[in-house]
Design a protein around this ligand. Structure first.
Ligand code: SF4
Length: 90
């Protein structure tokens, strides 16, 4: 007798769909950014680290792209990380 709602041979995933999506996202990003983004997603990081996580995600995890960000209409622009690196090189 078959169990209703289960596909034969399909592995059941017990994670909530949003959790599953988060796990897949974290697995796909560079390990260097995984910690800060995981902390932000779990509300364990500071607002400052959440901004850093968002900028890293926005700039494909490239710090120099964040330093050079020219999207001045982005509400995070004045608060973006790695601005000190611009001052060091200019
Ligand atoms: S400040 Fe720049 S890098 Fe950060 S989220 Fe906005 S557009 Fe992206």
């Amino acid at each position: 007798m078959k169990t209703a709602g289960k596909m034969p041979g399909k592995v059941e995933n017990s994670l909530h769909p949003a959790q599953n999506r988060t796990e897949r996202y974290l697995a796909a990003i560079p390990t260097s950014a995984r910690g800060i983004i995981a902390r932000s997603l779990s509300k364990q990081g500071s607002p400052r680290s959440a901004i850093k996580a968002k900028c890293l995600d926005c700039c494909n995890f490239d710090r120099s792209e964040i330093s050079d960000c020219s999207v001045v209409i982005c509400p995070l622009h004045p608060w973006r990380p790695f601005q000190a690196e611009i001052l060091k090189t200019s």
